[in-house]
Design a protein around this ligand. Sequence first.
Ligand code: HEC
Ligand code: HEC
Length: 377
Amino acid sequence: MFSYRKLVAIVLSAVALTAVAQSRKIEGIGRTATANEVAAWDIDVRPDFKGLPKGMGSVTQGEKVWEAQCSSCHGSFGENNSVFGALVGYTTKKDVETGRVASLMPEAATPARTTMMKVSHLSTLWDYINRAMPWTAPKSLTANEVYAVTAYLLNLGNVVPDDFTLSDKNMAETQKKMPNRNGMMTQHAMWPGKEFGGIAKPDTQGSNCMTNCATEAKVASLLPEHVRNAHGNLAEQTRGFGPSVGADTTKPAAGSGAEAKKSVAAPAAPAAPAAPAAKASDKAVEVSGPLKSADVSAILSKNTCSACHGIDNKIIGPSFKDIATKQGVKADAVAYLTGKIKSGGSGVYGSMPMPAQGINDADAKKVATWISQGAAK
Ligand code: HEC
Ligand code: HEC
């Protein structure tokens, strides 16, 4: 559940801040944050409700906020699971009494796990909405709107009545009604449970090697190649300055053995992030030797080709391998495939048509080249 992850994040960032504070000061870089800047970042609301701004909002007001800003994604009753799991459902008045959500029990065989079933702390719900929602415009809600829409969700979840108003004054009182307030596990290091006499059991177990230690790290698991670029090229999505520029995910990872080329964008490169990467991919067409899926995966995901075509597997359209087998033998395969990629078609593989694609000529040609060469992984 997110409250746990959030706590981990807070602890980690506290550690990181301490480390930064202790590290050497670099002349000419940075300045002390102003009080206003710190205040703008310091928005967390703690489980003891420290950090809550003053304000209030009723269920009725919350319904208006919900309909205008939330229901398009989460459904009128928080029931929609098309963009994310349903937020509301399967909590009862009985759960409000016990603090344990009965539908979470295995024997209930509930078909879904909703946010309201799982969340144990009202502060988490408030804080999450305040910092992250609506998804497309985080931090755009006023404090009163957050109170109101939180009240509305609680009302949908049978926690508070229709005429309820949530405010900084009654958050703690309302916490005592959270359906799953007693449902959290404490059997891990973050909250050493009383049942273990306060002895923490970390999530990961390891020991410090003191003698005969391995001198080289052995990589035990790798990100599968097909997910590396699943969200498009990270190097083009992150700022071009600062300590950690996103890896160029159109190339295999450094040390993956697949390619010796450097895969992480030069950390200090201040140039506009998109330009160098685009040039690099144009060049790849000229490079001799067959193209690999890594050379085209950014194009395939940007143009959502991957939604319909797998490399090895048929989805809505045939697999790229099957296309390669069928069309790669053609003398004019590249020209033929470029044309088909741009204008779509039907009847070659079945009755399902492929719509015309708004893809640029260079990208279409590159994908066509890759397919004509066998659609190698
Ligand atoms: C454009 C779509 C969209 C809109 C509009 C939107 N949400 Fe969300 N919401 C999401 C997505 C996607 C997630 C999951 C995000 C993630 O896990 O990174 C989410 C997650 C949440 C969660 C956390 C659920 C959990 O169990 O982790 C809450 C609570 C929530 N939204 C409330 C709201 C509220 C309140 C509004 C209106 C003020 C709103 N959302 C508007 C898309 C949207
Ligand atoms: C909505 C689903 C869909 C999308 C999106 C899609 N395709 Fe297709 N594609 C198909 C279907 C279905 C066929 C089979 C059409 C047929 O039988 O003639 C196909 C066929 C093809 C063929 C083979 C044409 C032939 O005559 O042999 C190629 C090449 C191809 N698609 C590439 C792409 C590329 C590249 C993209 C992204 C720019 C893309 N497709 C996007 C569904 C899709």
